[in-house]
Design a protein. Structure first.
Ligand SMILES: Nc1nc2c(c(=O)[nH]1)N[C@H]1C(S)=C(S)[C@@H](COP(=O)(O)OP(=O)(O)OC[C@H]3O[C@@H](n4cnc5c(=O)[nH]c(N)nc54)[C@H](O)[C@@H]3O)O[C@H]1N2
Ligand SMILES: Nc1nc2c(c(=O)[nH]1)N[C@H]1C(S)=C(S)[C@@H](COP(=O)(O)OP(=O)(O)OC[C@H]3O[C@@H](n4cnc5c(=O)[nH]c(N)nc54)[C@H](O)[C@@H]3O)O[C@H]1N2
Ligand code: SF4
Ligand SMILES: [Mo]
Length: 687
């Protein structure tokens, strides 16, 4: 058996894995013991990588839909037909008619997003969309607005961690494990603020707010910290602007008022505020996206930034620190045209003239449906399963109907690929060489880099995604944009600006770790905002039409904001809490994982269940004005009464049917994934 050490490309953690190959077949996967991050451990998903790789749902050949049925075609025919259709549509509607989309895999799979954008831009379309428009860009943007850069959590040095809307046992198991080890050694104290009593809530102080009211709690913490003079005077005076305005602003957010809004007692809010202010090495450790995917998402993130700043926890050990970034070669081609969402969401697209290279995802489906501001008739999705994962499935399906060409590129025959005109088989990450590790600090991930090594040859007729884009590009006459011939050439080019060579990485299968953090970096470089200080109040936000200081804003469908809707839909829907067994809609057919988590369930409190006469395990209906799904109930005390939490990515109970693409954060443009009004319906009346 040959052992090949590479990184796990299933999620952004990019843990080290040892892959064992026999006769060209992957037979066993173990965690790499010497890898700095996972130290030999694996999460549930990676333990079943062999089953996942050889799944019967792998897409074997390029497929074309003829009269509603897929037929096998050659790669050449696929490129020929897709290429000429794209050129024909460009002739008819203009280059902006093409929209390309990558999913969460495109975030850690650098070749995927880069080559996708290259083709779109060679064609002349600005319309590239990705999860930055629904997932994690808001947290980055809010921190850039406040600090002019992007400091990230450093849980391993924190003496107090506030886990705020984040369940790392499920979504970042290495962080969950590390927190548990440090709790055991009494190195850290824990506060959990979550609508659900997550497993780690038992290890510390637990606050359980009404969904979507976290900004009120954070503002009341600021109120306490300022009223009780617990803030870091030196840092505030020297390094922040807008403190007086902030102090005045938060006067109205007394803990008593926050208690009324959130249901968390004023006493508990004061207690957490005092702990947080008094422990220097403390950090808010939040989810990647979770609280940003509420209607007040961007401003909630601003609250966390301000809390960290006024207590002097920026660029200090255990707080939020600025990590060195590793720069990969930029393969994007510039298009000078405005992205969709530029005018509607100026904060997202125009803040300090930092125009992002992607459009607002919420505008993508709208433009397909309304043909405004122009018709989008061609859509290529890669590394994503939007038929299950894009919020508001009804709207997404309506958008597809209006297309003249829809291509899905994925290793598996997904729910999305089944809807496409052409389904093209990409290989998985273990079937190609590429960039591994994660060179940018995005959440609590510290930058590090690896060589993602080819472990086995691409299965069936599948190909690396960069090669698919490249070959299509050549067919369309854009050969000059795609000069690379092999995986290695592409990887070498991407590494060429990083300061690390391909050859070095071959010798370091455990990865190269860039953990050198410069504390008190501000003493040397200040902050890269307009005022060169931390902007507690942001004039730029106000200039772009948002509030310069964060407020609590009710989700528009909450029973407080909309008592009318609450008469029919009295409960609150939360979607997408993660489970360790699956990632997005992936791997749901893997028997080993199915044995661990057999099906999705709607988590509801026993009080809510009683109201509807529902028992644990009963099949129920969950409804919103957008639709209905059937799902089993999980009746528990571990969720706040009135909240209904449902995981996403399950074909048998697709929770995205229930969401409404029109309900968005007015600042970021994100479609709301939580805080929508819903009701439960009893199906089994035989009891
Ligand atoms: N209701 C609700 N919806 C949500 C969320 C939620 O919390 N609630 N979360 C949202 C968030 S944060 C995100 S990021 C999105 C994620 O949404 P998606 O990215 O659509 O989610 P996945 O199901 O992980 O899809 C990834 C796809 O990439 C494919 N893939 C894997 N490896 C490769 C590869 O090497 N090459 C290619 N070409 N394809 C590959 C997989 O087979 C899979 O089909 O979902 C969003 N949707
Ligand atoms: N295993 C696995 N890991 C993943 C993923 C996956 O699908 N599977 N997806 C990846 C992706 S794309 C992303 S974006 C990240 C997401 O990762 P996170 O956003 O960190 O998601 P979770 O870790 O599930 O934690 C979210 C928590 O927020 C709580 N919550 C919901 N509403 C509220 C509220 O109003 N207030 C408070 N205080 N808490 C609330 C939920 O109950 C839940 O426990 O995970 C990544 N990691
Ligand atoms: S957390 Fe699991 S799926 Fe993600 S990289 Fe690590 S082993 Fe792979
Ligand atoms: Mo995400």
């Amino acid at each position: 058996m040959e052992k090949i050490q590479t990184d796990c490309g299933l999620c952004i953690n990019c843990c080290g894995i040892d892959c064992y190959v026999e006769d060209g077949k992957l037979v066993k996967v173990e965690g790499t013991p010497e890898h700095w991050l996972n130290k030999g451990e694996l999460c549930a998903k990676a333990k079943f990588l062999v089953e996942g790789t050889y799944s019967p749902t792998r897409l074997k050949y390029p497929m074309k839909k003829v009269n509603g049925k897929f037929q096998r075609i050659s790669w050449d025919q696929a490129y020929e037909e897709i290429g000429s259709k794209l050129l024909e549509l460009k002739e008819k509607y203009g280059a902006r008619t093409l929209a390309t989309w990558t999913g969460s895999v495109g975030v850690e799979h650098f070749e995927m997003a880069a080559f996708n954008q290259r083709l779109a831009k060679a064609y002349g379309s600005p319309n590239f969309f990705n999860p930055e428009g629904i997932c994690f860009r808001t947290r980055i943007l809010a921190r850039q607005i406040t600090f002019g850069r992007y400091p990230v959590e450093q849980p391993r040095n924190a003496k107090l961690i506030i886990l705020w809307g984040h369940n790392p046992d499920a979504s970042y198991f290495v962080i969950g494990k590390e927190i548990r080890e440090r709790l055991e050694k009494k190195e850290v104290e824990l506060v959990v603020i979550d609508v659900r009593r997550i497993p780690l809530a038992k290890e510390g102080l637990f606050l359980q707010p009404r969904p979507g009211t976290d900004a009120a709690i954070a503002l009341a913490m600021m109120n306490t910290i300022i009223e009780e003079d617990l803030y870091d005077h030196e840092f505030v005076e020297k390094w922040t602007t807008g403190f007086d305005k902030l102090a005045e602003h938060v006067k109205k957010y007394t803990p008593e008022r926050a208690e009324e809004i959130s249901g968390v007692s004023a006493e508990e809010i004061r207690r957490v505020a005092r702990m947080f202010a008094n422990i220097k090495e403390a950090a808010i450790l939040e989810g990647v996206g979770h609280l940003n995917q509420y209607q007040n998402g961007l401003q909630t993130e601003r609250c966390f930034c301000i809390l960290m700043a006024i207590t002097g926890k920026i660029d200090r050990p255990g707080g939020w620190v600025t990590c060195p970034q590793i720069r990969l070669a930029d393969l994007r081609v510039k298009v000078e045209e405005k992205n969709l969402g530029y005018d509607e969401y100026p904060v997202f697209h125009q803040f300090n003239k930092r125009t992002p290279p992607y459009g607002s995802a919420s505008m993508m489906t709208e433009a397909m449906i309304t043909e405004k501001p122009y018709p989008i008739k061609a859509f290529i999705s890669s590394g994503s399963n939007p038929a299950l994962t894009f919020p508001d499935t009804g709207r997404f399906l309506e958008a597809l109907k209006n297309l003249e060409l829809f291509v899905s590129i994925d290793p598996y025959m997904t729910e999305t690929s089944r809807l496409a005109d052409y389904a093209l088989p990409a290989c998985t990450f273990i079937e190609e060489t590429g960039v591994g590790g994660f060179p940018y600090a995005i959440s609590h991930c510290v930058p590090y880099i690896m060589l993602r090594k080819k472990v086995i040859e691409p299965l069936y007729e599948s190909k690396p995604i960069w090669q698919i884009w490249s070959e299509l590009g050549h067919k369309m006459g854009y050969g000059e944009y795609f000069p690379w011939k092999t995986d290695e050439e592409v990887a070498k080019h991407l590494f060429s600006t990083s300061g690390v060579t391909y050859e070095q990485l071959v010798e370091h299968p455990e990865g190269l770790y860039f953990g050198e953090i410069e504390y008190e970096l501000f003493n040397r470089v200040g902050f890269a905002t307009n005022s060169k200080k931390v902007e507690l109040y942001s004039a730029e936000l106000e200039r772009l039409g948002a509030s310069g200081l964060p407020e609590h804003v009710e989700p528009e469908q909450s029973y407080v904001a909309n008592p009318e809707i609450a008469k029919e839909y009295p409960e609150t829907l939360l979607t997408g809490a993660r489970h360790q067994e699956y990632i997005g809609a992936q791997m749901h057919d893997v028997p080993g994982l199915r044995a661990l988590m057999t099906e999705p369930k709607a988590m509801i409190n026993i009080i809510t269940a009683k109201k509807y006469d529902i028992i644990d395990g009963e099949l129920i209906g969950v409804e919103t004005p957008r639709g209905r799904i059937k799902i089993k109930a999980q009746v528990t005390e571990d969720i706040r009464p009135g909240a209904v939490s449902i995981p996403h990515g399950w074909a048998q109970a697709n929770v995205n049917i229930l969401l409404d693409a029109k309900v968005r954060d007015a600042v970021s443009g994100y479609i709301t994934m939580r805080g929508n009004a819903c009701r439960l319906v009893k199906i089994d009346s035989s009891r």
